[in-house]
Design a protein around this ligand. Structure first.
Ligand code: DAH
Length: 328
């Protein structure tokens, strides 16, 4: 207790004073009163040289003790200020959250996923290709050389350098055959472009294209795969198809496949046929050894039928309300 006695009263009083201070500004003012130029402690320290050893030691201790008291209080006040700030900014987590606003799967994405699962389960492998195509892949290799009247079947967007915005995913069959040769079982997917625009036509739309080349592949294999594919895609137990002769330059014979829809109406679903020997030759496949079929359909169109949509342009409007209403 000797120590208390020595720095005594002065320190004790200061201790109480410091403890009662609530703000940094007041603390600084008091500090200046003690340690400032004309501060009480400053004055005492100036007279240190006149003191005996014990008194000097006591003064030193008092000095140090006081400084420590200021430092401690400063830290306390700073903490209190911070705690008050945190308290005033506290988040009220009891508030109900805003209604959840989740994205929805686009009907095209959903239908592609359905289509891919079915075709892959039949052993078809998914391929993509460039949307800007050269003449060879989009037309010539598909047995549609320049000046072939069938080029008029598709109103194309040409680029200045002679390339074309892909008018059909059939270009992807050429690329896949060139790359892997025969046998091959693939389907190509992607955007296609034509100069058309109304409720059922958009200048940009999507196609899906199947191709199966091997030894002894026949038209019956084609019809079997298409029938099973449509049954699964539309989730129908039974399905009625109508096969009509048609014309495409890259298939011989060529057919179109219609399907009986719910209201007993025939709907045109896809074009197909046995791949023309010229097309196989163009891809370095020997048509005497290999043959096969191809089929192509509008991916948007199939999705519209399945989900009961009536305007193809809605797929590309990016209207979130419409997407939400489609309900995926
Ligand atoms: N490419 C054709 C079109 O755009 C669709 C088509 C028809 C693709 C017959 C084929 C096919 O593979 O065999 O109209």
């Amino acid at each position: 207790m000797g120590r208390l006695f020595i720095f005594e009263h002065g320190v004790y009083v200061m201790q109480e004073k410091i403890k009662n201070i609530k703000t940094l500004a007041e603390l600084q003012a008091l500090y200046a009163e003690v340690f400032g130029k004309n501060g009480t402690m400053t004055a005492k320290l100036k007279q240190m040289k006149d003191l005996d050893n014990d008194a000097r030691a006591a003064l030193n201790r008092e000095n140090m003790e006081l400084r420590e008291l200021f430092k401690t209080r400063q830290a306390e006040i700073e903490t209190a200020v911070m705690m008050a700030a945190l308290e005033s900014q506290r988040l009220d987590v009891s508030l109900n959250p805003l209604p959840e606003n989740r994205g929805t799967i686009h009907p095209l994405t959903q239908s592609l996923s359905d289509i891919a699962i079915i075709l892959e389960s039949f052993g078809y492998e998914m391929w993509t290709g460039p949307e800007i195509e050269d003449d060879w892949h989009n037309f010539t290799a598909l047995n549609t050389p320049e000046y072939h009247p069938a080029r008029d079947m598709q109103d194309s967007f040409f680029l200045e350098n002679g390339n074309v915005m892909r008018t059909q995913t059939s270009a992807i069959q050429i690329r896949s055959m060139e790359k892997t040769g025969a046998p091959i079982k693939m389907f190509g997917i992607g955007a296609t472009y034509r100069k058309e625009m109304d409720a059922t036509h958009s200048p940009m739309f999507h196609q899906i294209e199947g191709l199966y080349i091997d030894k002894n592949i026949t038209m019956s294999d084609l019809i079997a795969d298409v029938r099973e594919f449509l049954k699964r895609f539309f989730e129908m137990d039974d399905i009625k198809l109508r096969i009509r002769p048609s014309y495409f330059p890259f298939t011989e014979p060529s057919i179109e496949i219609d399907m009986m829809w719910r209201d007993n109406k025939w709907l045109e679903i896809m074009g197909a046929g046995m791949v023309h020997p010229n097309v196989l030759r163009n891809c370095n496949i020997n048509p005497d050894e290999y043959q096969g079929f191809a089929f192509g359909f509008g991916w948007d169109r199939l999705a519209m039928l399945k989900y009961g949509l009536n305007d193809i342009r809605q797929f590309y409007d990016g209207d979130v309300r419409w997407l939400r209403a489609t309900g995926f």
